[in-house]
Design a protein around this ligand. Sequence first.
Ligand code: M6R
Length: 358
Amino acid sequence: GKGQYDHFMLKEIHTQPTSLRKTIEGRVDLDSGSTDLDIESDLSEVETVHLVGCGTSYHAALFAACLLNRCGLSARAIRASEYDLTAGTPSNNTLFVAVTQSGETADTLSALRRANDVGLDTLAVTNVVQSTVAREADEPLYIRAGPEIGVAATKTFSSQAAMLTLLSQHLARVNQYASRVNNIEALLSDLTDLPDAVEGVLQSSNATRLAEKYLDENAYFFIGRGLGCSVAKEGALKFKEITYEHAEGFASGELKHGPLALVTDRTPVFAVCADDSSKTVTNAKEAQTRGAPIIAVSTSDHSIVDTADDHLSIPDMHPVCSNLLANVQLQLLSYYCATELGRAIDKPRNLAKSVTVE
Ligand code: M6R
């Protein structure tokens, strides 16, 4: 049941310290500074990684592609529904990673079958044991987040991102093409501290107050760079899904290439500054000049806080972790805006938890 919570979504947001612990449990060896993923496939010669999913799972794929690129591997996040038209003819050394909470999404399954048909190595990062995608991939990597009831994916995004982070570090260690400059130890150590940090954000968040303040606006923009770009996109998806308000998430730098035409004093801009973010500050200021309220999602000592109208605070950690903490703040924001608006939070209109048609 929902226990003390009004909705499954809020319960699942608050479950994240526990679900993240389960994702990571037994998979990190801090003494040796390495991952222990129990993967049988030999990934030492993988040259390219295709991360494929839909919706929130696609955003986790984007997050992971960014991270893998930083490890020197060539990685692409591809929307499952576009895989047939955009993947080209993958080389034999391509690893296909299906990212799907349910393991039953038709678009993702169809892309996986295509990858299996052309003989790629395939992995499934999924929550549901023995789901179709888990069975049809060479190997499943279970995120162990526990059942998710709310249509809006929350804890499973965090766990997918954490699992894919572990996979990226596994690849960085075993793969001959990966770069060795990646500081695995620091990342893994922060990742094991992430569940406690999520707890801290959940306890201290002022998202309720901001939700009340920014309730009646024309549109909501979410911007970020790198890992923060996937968080911005995910923040906007969650926001539109459960509030029914118009929201867009994109790379900070894109604001000036079109969306700025929509910016007014009725379009709050949420700026995720949890990574290399000085350009995001510049981009946010451009929107502010046109009257838009800026809400910084950053550490308290970040330079954007001086100019921002409001602030959602996150602790200073490795960008993988601070971006996931920024995402938790945005989950809370969406949830509280949707409750203020009286929306059907666990079952938003027109949507299903798992989409089994292409
Ligand atoms: O089960 P999956 O992860 O494959 O589902 C993919 C999307 O349908 C899903 O993430 C959807 O976008 C969520 N409702 C977003 O909250």
